[in-house]
Design a binder for this molecule. Sequence first.
Ligand code: AMP
Ligand code: MG
Length: 391
Amino acid sequence: MISVLEAQEFVLRNAEKLPVISLKLEDSLGYYLAENCLAPLSLPSFRQSAMDGYAFIHTNETRLKVTGQIQAGDLFTPQLKPGEAVRIFTGAPVPDTADTVVIQEHTTREGDTLIIEKLPLPKANVRPIGEQLTAGALVLKKGHQINEASIGFMAGLGFTEIKVYAKPNVCILTTGNELQERGTPLKPNHIYESNGIMLQNALKRLGISNIQLIKVEDTLEQTSKAVKQALEAADVLLVSGGISVGDFDFVQEAFQNNGINEHFYKVNQKPGKPLWFGTKSDKSVFGLPGNPASSLTCFYAYVLPHLRSRMGSLNPFLNERSAVLTETIKNIHSKTLFLKAGVTGNKITPFTGQASSMLNTYALSNALLLIPEDTEQLNEGDAVTYLDLNF
Ligand code: AMP
Ligand code: MG
């Protein structure tokens, strides 16, 4: 059985990048850049007024003659001589000869005469060319995840299309004869299927929307067939349940039947020990435990960083943060524990109800408290590490 760290290394080492695609800037939210982007122009690309006021050649003279006005967007600028000023507005081009803008609140007018009441420093309120960025400079690096600010920034540089890594097609396969779809009263000894929709929504938070859900009965034949079909369509296959050692757990055999190359099976952790990971050419396959809390924990710890890495992220894991423990925790298992927990301020409290079958406390958790396998006890007041579930 391998450790959590070894398992995380495996899922990253075997995370083949998805194809590079060209996207319209407006459609690129959440994608990761597949190349460094260089500035096609300087920002600003002309000398701009930062305020509404008057442009002039800096002087200690406080009475100047107003000779014209320049509005934002004007194609031409009047030139001006010492002793002259032009009315100017925010974003308007500053004439080549002018070096300073005095804000209008610091002036008064007497007809064509401008009276400067508070003299600004030379060069005040003029945005020089390239103040933000010079042409040819690095705009955003390969691996950067596009957010709304990136889109605004790149739009300001005139980008229309950018190169990003594609997002994967994912197939979620749920196994279990006891599983029933919602919408009808439960049959005896059945449970409502919940992992499928949960994993689907976890994927949605990663911006992945191309998701197929398939349900199979616990037979080797059905499972093998469903895995085969899923592999034809999907880049990533998530199978829920059927990966343990029970007589009706056929998932591992179905993976073997389909020639999927196993990288590991079983991780020294709680919950989620019976986790399976493999690849077949550029397809990745996870066998997730059926217990809902185990399934979701394995998603956060392994599936999420694997997918982010395939999508081009350079920093694919959930953020690890530090907080102060509010109670004593014992680890009698010599396993890494992922405990559902609540963080408020700098304090972290593990919830009661850590069983792998329970989602009641998961629904309230904003953190997964990490207890290393070699740590036997942590005390109230100790600094601990947790995975931040707000991502
Ligand atoms: P398994 O991993 O198939 O042995 O399942 C472990 C436990 O998780 C069993 O109690 C299953 O009923 C439950 N389980 C498996 N798959 C699901 C699912 N898709 N939704 C909810 N519970 C599940
Ligand atoms: Mg099962």
